[in-house]
Design a binder for this molecule. Structure first.
Ligand code: FPP
Length: 245
């Protein structure tokens, strides 16, 4: 019988999250379960990411930020760091042929100066190449840490105060947000983390202030477009109050 109500697992296209954040976790465990090296998990994770971006763009999501490499990930064995960096480089190069053609805008957030000259060059190239696109904006968080981002914002505002451009008491939320990597982008509405872990791990601490959190036990390479759709449906069935009633 049809009561004129939307089915619970059907997306309401008039109420989409504007910005989705994803902590892509579990590549290593995915590989271990199959007796494969961790690198195979990261490669499978990169493939999974492409499909998720394509799906998010088709759904009509405006912004998506994915955690690819944190400021803490340098502590991993050098071989794994090197593998991840090469994978990122290939991903950025390949995006010019694949995601760019799907109208995706690709940007990176995080500190660039610690990255190799080759990756820095490729980032500039891919960002320029996709800057005129009008589809989903994909932020790849690369050598990213939220505390560092917040500290940098505080430093910039202190400079403005020191130079007489601002009074401390006049500094607003918007001023602060304008000093973050995500300047001019909306806050994260929906934060997804895979692999059963339920923590933020220094990801977008300012931008997730009012985000709905969605966790799944699935490991990142097993996360499919239908899981993204499920997360969006669950988001739409939650009551967001932003501190009101
Ligand atoms: C966490 O899994 C994942 C990462 C540290 C890297 C995320 C990278 C990708 C999804 C692929 C590459 C991305 C791009 C943009 C090309 P983990 O290694 O911590 O897994 P574990 O917790 O099971 O060990």
């Amino acid at each position: 019988m049809f009561f004129g109500k939307r089915l619970k697992d059907e997306i309401d296209y008039n109420n989409l999250p504007e910005h989705i954040g994803i902590i892509m976790d579990g590549n290593g465990r995915w590989a271990k379960k199959r007796g494969l090296p961790r690198s195979a998990g990261h490669s499978a994770g990169a493939e999974s990411l492409k499909k998720i971006i394509t799906e998010a763009n088709k759904i009509g999501i405006k912004y998506i930020t994915v955690y690819a490499f944190s400021t803490e990930n340098w502590k991993r064995p050098k071989a794994e760091v090197d593998y991840l960096m090469n994978l990122l480089l290939d991903y950025l190069k390949d995006a010019e042929n694949s995601l760019a053609g799907e109208n995706v805008v690709i940007r990176t957030i995080g500190s660039r100066k610690e990255l190799s000259a080759e990756i820095q060059e490729q980032i500039k190239k891919t960002e320029n190449f996709t800057s005129k696109n009008t589809g989903i904006v994909m932020n790849i968080a690369l050598n990213y840490g939220a505390r560092e981002e917040i500290l940098n914002a505080a430093r910039q505002l202190c400079e403005d105060v020191k130079n007489g451009k601002k009074n401390p008491e006049d500094i607003t939320d918007e001023d602060f947000a304008g000093c973050l990597y995500t300047k001019n982008q909306p806050d994260v509405d929906l934060l997804i983390r895979t692999s059963g872990e339920q923590r933020l791990s220094n990801f977008m601490l300012w931008q997730v202030s009012y985000a709905e959190m969605w966790f799944t036990d699935k490991l990142w390479p097993d996360f499919k477009p239908k899981d993204l759709r499920q997360a969006i449906c669950d988001f739409q069935n939650r009551g967001r109050r932003f501190g009101g009633v």
